[in-house]
Design a protein around this ligand. Structure first.
Ligand code: ADP
Ligand code: MG
Length: 700
């Protein structure tokens, strides 16, 4: 059997030392295996003939069959060219060469039947094909030529002659050199038969050199199936192992503090969705298994309260909890909220961040290790080794997408028995992505907003209408409402962005000179940030000019207007997050997206979705479709979405669900992973995990 993984690419005919180096550096192709899995990005159908009469200037590559009637030499210097007048009886096209003029004339004969292949353009009212591929018609069996593969190559490669065609040649010599050797199968005969899959060896050959679109589709299906299958298998296998291995802390009682809070302190009735999710959590923490639950809830759905109730369950059962949030601003806000809500109850809540002063820090570290602190609100600071808990029973991770899997793993290690983990995300992760990234988490959804919320009214305006916007803002300010104005700051180091913010701030100070403004961006010292945030939250300032640092979690119910400048520079999910900063009180709220007049098609779509939908899940799905999964926050850290060679999470949702069930059957049928029937599968999984460094499944 062939072990393509260990065979170096440089020994292939037509490759050699130099090209191998290029392939290594430019495409990370080292072994025959890498090359086999370097799939074409498109195909051109060479089995189909067009007629000259059908041609338009906007067609991709076409193929014609006919003869050359005459040659003509035209132009001077660089414009010198040779033109062959070619016809198939339905009309004429000009075949044009700018290089190798003499050679062309000798090579092609008048009156011979040729098959011509190239991209037609219309020039001066005539159809032209520059530098076509030409073959004698009789020598070609068109039905066998099938689809021609096109490979992505880099500029460097093209300069060295390693273009798409050369890649196709190398791949073809790879198949020639394989001869009778067969690429080992990775799925069991049962799975292949039951799900009507093509053998792997065939699929790999066909994906490179398909004869027709039907065959290509089947090959793609097989390869996508396999790719998604192993991702799901890894997740499901791991999650099964985990539930068996770890006994969870058992929070068996709903005690005094939970009840007192619920009856005396809770200022409102829980929504039905909140009640349901709290119930799901209670069942988990009382089950003897470690909980790993993802709570998805749109912005403003009241996740904090669910977190708090869960932490009170921990407290009533004698355990500590930690609430982790992604920014200091948010951690302070959460800490203050919790302390306020827990007033008069014997629960000690403390805050630990990177800027906690050393005296206070020592005090907190002590409180954590002697167990006197019940709830710790923290940022990344909690991950440090020296932060030790007395008995950590529950970790709540808020706005989860800012934390990578590695950080979550560190929290696990803070206790002998891993704490229960509750992950809360306001970025609704599309189903497909959730299944791939967090397939081993149980999912709860808070799909109901607290009563009395009015949907946020969203409009999109061009910058030339900004005066109208300002008078609208004036009215809102007169009504004692507050306003956010957000500028894009994608990377904290972008000077240009900072200038936009500063200019905007100055301008707004002029326009709204009767009001007070706060300013907030990531370059400010934490203490300055806090002060600005505090001023806005307390209503001492009425307008907050900010970058996206306010994106997550900030809660100022009196703010009713969110203006987003240069809205074209934000992704959909981010726009939705920002919009979620308003509409948190009972007042009608507004979101205004400001852009330049000239917009790309893509931006136009985004603006349209934002103005027509307030449903976070719908928006997240649209975002996934528009941008592809690689761009979605959270997937960067895990790197999984990037690894997909052929499946597409946006398009292959159905297949993913189907394949997940197949993977589940395998895990259920062979829980010990030792049956001979599935040996192929476990071996393959082990190899893939080693190759791709797939350790993420073990720590989510
Ligand atoms: P998010 O899910 O975005 O984190 P929060 O937990 O910040 O939402 O809640 C948003 C606002 O709604 C807060 O001001 C909170 O006090 C309020 N809230 C939460 N649950 C309810 C409820 N059941 N009824 C009324 N208001 C609620
Ligand atoms: Mg929140």
């Amino acid at each position: 059997m062939l072990d393509a993984r260990t065979r170096n690419i440089k020994f292939l005919p037509g490759v050699g030392e130099q090209r191998a180096t290029l392939l290594n550096r430019e495409l990370e192709i080292y072994s025959l295996y890498d090359l086999l899995y370097y799939f074409p990005y498109r195909y051109v159908d060479r089995s189909r003939l067009f007629t000259v009469a059908e041609l338009t200037g906007s067609m991709p590559y076409v193929q014609l069959c006919g003869e050359i009637r005459s040659f003509e030499e035209l132009g001077e210097g660089a414009g010198r060219r040779i033109v062959a007048h070619f016809t198939d009886g339905t009309g004429f096209v000009d075949l044009v060469w700018f290089r190798g003029l003499r050679y062309i004339k000798n090579r092609y004969k008048l009156g011979t039947k040729y098959v011509v292949f190239g991209k037609p353009t219309i020039f001066g009212g005539r159809v032209n094909i520059a530098h076509p591929d030409i073959d004698v018609a009789e020598s070609l069996l068109l039905s066998e030529m099938g689809l021609q593969p096109y490979y992505n190559t880099t500029e460097k490669m093209k300069r060295a002659g390693l273009n798409s065609q050369a890649m196709a040649k190398i791949v073809s010599s790879l198949f020639a050199s394989l001869g009778k050797e067969v690429v080992p199968e990775t799925l069991t005969p049962e799975i292949i038969t039951k799900h009507h899959l093509m053998p792997l060896a065939d699929a790999l050959r066909i994906i490179h050199f398909p004869k027709n679109p039907v065959e290509l589709r089947d090959a793609e299906y097989r390869l996508k199936f396999e790719e998604l299958f192993y991702i799901q298998l890894n997740i499901l296998h791991y999650s099964k192992e985990r539930t068996q291995k770890y006994v969870g802390h058992r929070f068996s009682k709903v005690g005094d503090i939970f009840n007192r809070f619920y009856n005396e302190n809770l200022p409102f009735e829980l929504t039905g969705a909140q009640k349901r999710v709290v119930k799901e959590i209670r069942r988990d923490v009382n089950s003897n298994h470690q909980m790993n639950r993802l709570v998805q809830g749109d912005v403003g759905s009241g996740k904090t309260l669910v977190a708090l109730l869960s932490m009170l369950l921990a407290k009533d059962n004698g355990y500590q909890s930690c609430l982790m949030v992604p920014t200091e601003i948010l951690s302070e806000q959460h800490c203050a909220t919790l302390q306020r809500m827990l007033k008069n109850l014997p629960v000690r809540v403390e805050l630990l961040t990177g800027s906690t002063k050393s005296k206070k820090r020592t005090e907190i570290l002590e409180g954590l290790s002697d167990g006197s602190i019940d709830i710790l609100v923290s940022t990344h600071a909690v991950l440090e080794e020296r932060v030790q808990f007395h008995n950590l029973g529950l970790v709540v991770i808020d706005e989860q997408h800012r934390f990578g899997v590695v950080q979550r793993a560190k929290m696990w290690a803070k206790n002998n028995i891993p704490p229960h983990v509750l992950v809360m995300t306001a970025t609704p992760i599309p189903r497909t992505l959730a299944m791939t990234l967090y397939g081993d988490l149980d999912v709860s959804v808070i799909d109901e907003l607290p009563p009395g919320r009015k949907p946020i009214s969203t409009t999109h305006i061009f910058r030339n209408k900004i005066d109208q916007l300002y008078s609208f803002i004036h009215k809102q300010l007169l009504d004692k409402r507050q306003v956010y104005v957000v500028y894009p700051l994608i990377s904290e180091s972008e000077k240009l962005d900072l200038k936009n913010l500063e200019d905007g701030y100055k301008q707004l100070c002029n326009v709204f000179c009767d009001y007070k403004l706060s300013k907030l961006h990531g370059k400010m010292k934490p203490s300055e940030k806090d002060e600005q945030m505090r001023l806005f939250a307390s209503g001492e300032t009425q307008i907050l000019v900010s970058t996206t640092v306010i994106e997550v979690g900030v809660d100022v119910p009196n703010a009713t207007v969110m203006v987003i400048e240069n809205a074209e520079r934000f992704g959909l999910s981010q726009l939705h997050q920002l919009r979620g900063r308003v509409g948190r009180g009972g007042e009608q709220s507004y979101c205004v997206l400001v852009t330049d007049y000239k917009l790309s098609e893509d931006t136009r779509k985004r603006m349209e979705i934002m103005t027509t939908s307030t449903d976070g899940f719908e928006i997240a799905e649209a975002d996934l479709k528009l941008r592809g999964p690689g761009d979605i926050e959270g997937t960067q850290q895990s790197g999984i979405a990037f690894d997909l060679k052929i499946a597409n999470l946006a398009r292959d949702e159905q297949l993913l669900q189907y394949v997940r069930n197949v993977a589940r059957e395998v895990v259920d049928a062979d829980p010990e992973c030792n049956s001979l029937e599935y040996k192929i599968i476990w071996d393959t999984l082990r190899t893939i995990k080693r190759d791709k460094n797939w350790n993420w499944g073990a720590i989510s």
